[in-house]
Structures are given as structure tokens and as C-alpha cells.
Design a protein around this ligand. Structure first.
Ligand SMILES: Nc1ncnc2c1ncn2[C@@H]1O[C@H](COP(=O)(O)OP(=O)(O)OP(=O)(O)O)[C@@H](O)[C@H]1O
Length: 288
């Protein structure tokens, strides 16, 4: 965002400062992200919206440490994560910021059952002592993502679950390392609307209860409004943020023509409200 936001009383956890990403090929260079700055604080929700190709996923990968940007600084807990003199900063960042992918089929190993998927990071990072404690923690994680009773899910493989259940396992895995920030990159776009709402409600509960910061990346303004109503929103176009601010302000009083065009594309189920919105827009155009 042009003016990085900050949670009251606490510093931001994740800071993206003037991030720039250029992709070079033999024929051309694409500037996928142009000097974008945004912050995510504890328990805060930040929505990044834009159409396909606007640079959202590239920025999300940079925010998760999956790609090092061409320019700008990524800070976690106030520290430059690429500071060679401070390798601990990188490790703390990689544990603290977890990425939930759009397609759980692609991110969950198909030959591992739920227990293995969730216990592996716990054991690898020595967050549990032995198999009994690992199983206990796996059961707690399943309850946390509403996959209950845990017995029903713990031995299943990804193909034996629905899309929504798989995405909940992906969220549970992201929770294994007790992250402070979760990046959800179109994490609900492959799901039916009712399943999507359930997943977003669960993510909101995690945000509020655990004070996990959420960066929610989506092309869907209706979902951003639903999930991010209490937070801020940045609208990306051609790699740059064209508008940002409190989510409801941006949605109810869009200033940039691109945001207005994106909102036009969201179907309004209430015909009276649709009529009012058209009249308000005509008035705005006439007085502009
Ligand atoms: N590895 C890459 N090499 C070259 N160009 C890339 C690469 N990754 C992304 N791009 C380009 O950068 C721009 C932004 O892509 P990006 O995937 O970040 O957009 P997006 O908003 O996430 O779109 P989508 O929702 O379709 O993934 C596009 O022009 C894309 O073609």
C-alpha cells in the first residue's frame, strides 16, 4: 500500500517495502511488481485484489520468501530477511510466514495420509517429542480446522477427501509451525461458495483467536469484502497498487476507475441496491 498500515500498539510483523520484481526473458522484460509497499500486523487482515496478471501471486510469493525480489526490502519482525549477517532472521521469517496455495491437490503429497502430512513438520522442527505427542498435536490441529472427529480424518489420503476438507488440511499444515502470518493465495477460489464461506469463517476465527495476520490474495471483490471487512485492501493493476485503504471504504467509495470497473463486474443480487448503485455512479460521473 502507498501508506503502510500499522496495527495499533504493535509494530507490523511483515513489511514489504518498495518491492519490485522484474522477469527477464530473451525477448523482453516484464515488470511484474512495481514498488509496492504493504504491511501485515498481528491479527490484521489485508486483502490484495486484482485481475489475473496484475502481479498478486508474484507479490505473495515474495511475501512468503518463495521468491527473492529484484528490488525493495522484505522485513519480518523489523529485520531484513535477506541480511546475510543475520541468518536467524531468514529462519524466523520462514517459520513465521506460511503460504496456503490455491490448489491443495498440488500442495499436499498424494501418497501421504493426513497424519504424515501434519506430523512431518512437527517432528522435523522438533516441536513435539516422539510419536505420541505428534499424534496428540495432529488431533488438536484437526479440531482447530474443524475436521472432527479427528479419528475420521487422521488416516485419510488427499484423494479421499473433498476439496474443502483438503484445503482445511492445507491450513492445518500451515499452522504446524505456529505462524504469525498466513498468506492465502486464492485459497478458496476452487471451492463452492458455501464451502468457501465456511473456510473463510474458520480463517477469521484463527485470525482473531490466535492473532495471526492474514494476507488474502484474490481476484474476487465479494470474497475480499466478506473476509476483509475489518481490515485493509490494496488493489493491484499492472504490478502497481492503484488504490488502498480500509476495505469497506475502498469497496463503498472506490476512487480509482480500475477499482470502479472491478466493482461493476461483481454481480449485485439485490435489484434495488443495483439500481441505487447505478444512480449513484451516474451522479458521480455527472459531477466529476
Ligand atoms: N516466472 C515468471 N517469468 C516471467 N514472467 C512471469 C513469471 N511469473 C509471472 N510472470 C508475469 O508477471 C505478471 C504478473 O503475474 P502474476 O502471476 O503475479 O499475476 P496474478 O495477478 O497473480 O495473476 P493470476 O491470478 O493469473 O496468477 C504477468 O504478466 C506474468 O505473465
Amino acid at each position: 500500500m502507498s501508506e503502510p498500515s500499522q496495527s495499533p500498539g504493535t509494530g507490523p510483523l511483515l513489511e514489504l517495502d518498495s518491492i519490485r520484481q522484474v522477469f527477464h526473458s530473451t525477448r523482453e522484460s516484464v515488470v511484474a511488481v512495481k514498488d509496492v509497499s504493504l504491511n501485515v500486523g498481528p491479527g490484521e487482515v489485508v486483502c490484495l485484489v486484482g485481475q489475473s496478471g496484475s502481479g498478486k501471486s508474484t507479490l505473495a510469493k515474495i511475501a512468503a520468501g518463495l521468491r527473492r525480489p529484484t528490488g525493495g526490502q522484505v522485513r519480518y519482525d523489523g529485520k531484513d530477511v535477506y541480511d546475510r549477517r543475520n541468518r536467524r532472521a531468514w529462519k524466523t521469517f520462514r517459520r513465521g510466514v506460511q503460504y496456503v496455495h490455491q490448489d491443495p491437490y498440488a500442495s499436499l503429497n498424494p501418497i501421504q495420509d493426513v497424519y504424515t502430512i501434519l506430523s512431518a513438520p512437527l517432528l522435523e522442527h522438533k516441536l513435539v517429542k516422539g510419536a505420541d505427542e505428534a499424534e496428540q498435536r495432529v488431533r488438536e490441529l484437526l479440531l482447530e480446522v474443524d475436521l472432527k472427529p479427528a479419528d475420521r480424518f487422521i488416516s485419510l489420503f488427499p484423494h479421499q477427501m473433498s476439496g474443502g476438507q483438503r484445503q482445511r488440511v492445507a491450513v492445518a499444515r500451515s499452522l504446524t509451525l505456529n505462524p504469525k502470518v498466513i498468506l492465502a493465495d486464492e485459497a478458496t477460489s476452487m471451492l463452492d461458495v458455501s464451502i468457501r464461506i465456511g473456510l473463510l469463517e474458520m480463517l477469521t476465527r484463527l485470525r482473531v483467536d490466535r492473532q495471526v495476520g492474514m494476507l488474502f490474495i484474490t481476484h474476487d471483490l465479494a470474497m475480499a469484502k466478506f473476509f476483509g471487512a475489518e481490515g485493509t485492501m490494496a488493489v493491484m493493476r499492472h504490478g502497481a497498487v492503484v488504490e488502498s485503504g480500509p476495505t469497506l471504504d475502498v469497496i463503498e467509495r472506490p476512487q480509482h476507475p480500475y477499482t470502479q470497473a472491478l466493482l461493476e463486474a461483481v454481480p449485485e443480487p439485490d435489484p434495488d441496491l443495483a439500481q441505487q448503485k447505478r444512480a449513484a455512479r451516474r451522479l458521480q460521473e455527472a459531477t466529476a
